[in-house]
Design a protein. Structure first.
Length: 304
């Protein structure tokens, strides 16, 4: 059995200093918004603060994952700690779901029983939140496409900025029209921004934890390409999964005719590795192939 040799650490691809700065800004605004929610009694501000708490946790996880994912493999953790990213996403999704459900229930209740809210204070805290979120967006903007950690962190901040816009809008509506239900409406709208992201995070983390085939990779297409290589007569035990969202892996037993020499076997292995790393939409940089002669008393007649 032979496998490609690759480094699995990706921490160098994550600009951790940018994440730390965004984490510091978001944490500060979270504290300010909690104080503001207590002072004003605003649901929109409270929900936005709770939303921002999930982002504080998310950014903390991103910083932690960027550090842990760069650790080298060990005999105990043979792929390193790559899956830290997935566990963090799952925990964040659970927190987001709780916040979203609370906001929907409380928002509907407040539509019928709207409390009086100090619109001036609400507007002040909304503006503070928006300015801080824009600052975080600028810090993360250039690195947002580097990897999943950076993309998720940038989206966290963008959603926070939208939440701050909702808070500001509700403050203006209350000040101009005295429509206190605007706060509840803003809270519900922020919740509707949170819940879809929760479902996306749950689905993405669940796919990795259940070791599903990476999205965009057609295993039957992979099988056809392997079978088209010279001397290959069968493929069995073909599996593809993900250690983390950016580390897909593939394993297969490749049966060859009995005329294949040691040199030809080495050339075939190189062709197999090149095929799965370059030909498909999902590049498999970590592949393991077991090459078996056709006369080998193996399992290829009974396994997919």
């Amino acid at each position: 059995m032979t496998e490609t040799g690759h480094s699995h650490g990706i921490g160098d691809a994550t600009p951790r200093n940018r994440l730390v700065i965004a984490f510091a800004i978001t944490s500060s605004v979270f504290i300010i918004e909690v104080v503001g929610a207590i002072i004003t009694g605003s649901l929109a501000l409270l929900v936005d603060a709770a939303h921002m708490l999930t982002d504080v946790v998310g950014l903390a996880m991103a910083v932690t994952a960027a550090h842990l994912m760069n650790r080298p493999p060990t005999p105990k953790y043979t792929f390193g700690l790559q899956r830290t990213e997935v566990l963090g996403a799952l925990a964040q999704a659970a927190l987001l779901l709780g916040v979203g459900i609370f906001a929907l229930v409380e928002g509907v209740r407040r539509l019928f029983e709207p409390p009086e809210i100090a619109s001036g204070s609400l507007l002040f805290f909304g503006i503070v939140g928006l300015v801080a979120n824009i600052a975080s967006m600028l810090v993360l903007f250039s690195g947002r496409g580097r990897n999943l950690n950076m993309r998720a962190a940038f989206l966290e901040v963008v959603n926070d900025a939208l939440g701050s816009v909702g808070v500001i809008a509700s403050a203006i509506l209350i000040a101009v029209f005295g429509w206190y239900q605007a706060d509840a409406v803003a809270g519900v709208l922020i919740a509707l921004l949170i819940i879809p992201r929760t479902l996306i995070l749950l689905r993405a983390s669940g796919r990795v934890l259940l070791e599903s085939t990476p999205a965009g990779l057609d295993l039957e297409d992979v099988r056809r390409h392997i079978l088209a290589l010279p001397h290959v007569v069968a493929v069995h035990d073909l599996h593809a999964t993900q250690v983390s969202t950016d580390l897909p892996t593939l394993t297969a037993h490749v049966v060859v005719d009995d005329t294949v020499t040691m040199e030809a076997s080495a050339a075939l292995l190189a062709s197999l590795q090149q095929c799965v790393s370059e030909h498909f939409a999902v590049s498999i940089e970590h592949s393991t192939f077991q090459i078996e002669p056709e006369s080998h008393p193996g399992e290829h007649d009974t396994h997919a």
